[in-house]
Design a protein around this ligand. Sequence first.
Ligand code: NAP
Length: 317
Amino acid sequence: MSAPQHERVIIIGSGPAGLTAAIYTARASLAPLVIEGEPSSTSDQPGGQLMLTTEVENFPGFPQGIMGPELMGNFRSQAERFGARFLTEKVTRVDFSARPFRVWIRDDAYTADSIIVSTGARSLMLGLPEEQRLIGHGLSTCATCDGFFFRGHHIAVVGGGDSAIEEATFLTKFAEKVTIIHRRGEFRASKIMQERAFSNPKIEIIWNATVSAIHGDQKVEGIELTDTVNGSVSTLPVTGLFIAIGHRPNTDLFSGILDMDDTGYLMTVPGSTRTNIEGVFACGDVQDHTYRQAITAAGSGCMAAIDTERWLETQHG
Ligand code: NAP
């Protein structure tokens, strides 16, 4: 077997965090190898969650807005321009127990002096076949990102936790009416959040119901609800649907290796991107369940690159 290819830095994941880390480490002459993921219909594909959005209006520097995939294409070109290299593959295994660190893509091993983990997070979805087609076309998982497009609409929000109520409350700034659909007869959300929903005149709640289908070919035109108590089926004519049933960080690869909180997010030393393993850094949504914005992910990607560069300097002089 030939010797594994050796790198100064391997970046795992290619959303705004990973690609910003790539731009910075490339400009620091570290020639990063970005293992960007494989094309798929989920958010762990190259480019991350923004590949599933249409227009992005809140990324600074684009006063007219920009399409999510185009924005990520720009990030990638900028990293390539300074010497970042890309593998359109998924990492299948890592070993961070000794240096150099080892990363595998199936049977191909790579070694690296340092690692930046930026594998992101994904929104949980309902599992309906229409979701792939309609995401970005009336179906959204981010009120902060997309709420603005629903001025004057009737929107539904699915979920019963703090996220669902927070999103619903936020959406009332734009929507004429917001209907929360929850599968049980009581919310999981904290009392204070529940009060916010109950006292908001624009919010209506439908208890004991699941969304069993989404209507519309090109955009959301309505949803089918199934009553979880008596099985009856009805239609709600909404033009927007926000799914807020939770997120999962993409951290299975690092289970038992990197420290995680009890929901699976990587833990970093506050004010830095350092993980529990010296030389391994984490940035973006994989370690942030609070802000989850492209711009905050990009900011932490920049931090990870600077942390990596400084750490490598201490190792090699
Ligand atoms: P969560 O607390 O896990 O709630 C998920 C909700 O979605 C639950 O009500 C659940 O129903 C429902 N759900 C799950 N799968 C579903 C499915 N397939 N179909 C229909 N409904 C489904 O998630 P979260 O609301 O994202 O919150 C995550 C964490 O972040 C929590 O600790 C939360 O407190 C925190 N958070 C805090 C704030 C805040 O304080 N401002 C804001 C957002 C999030 P069941 O109730 O029946 O299980």
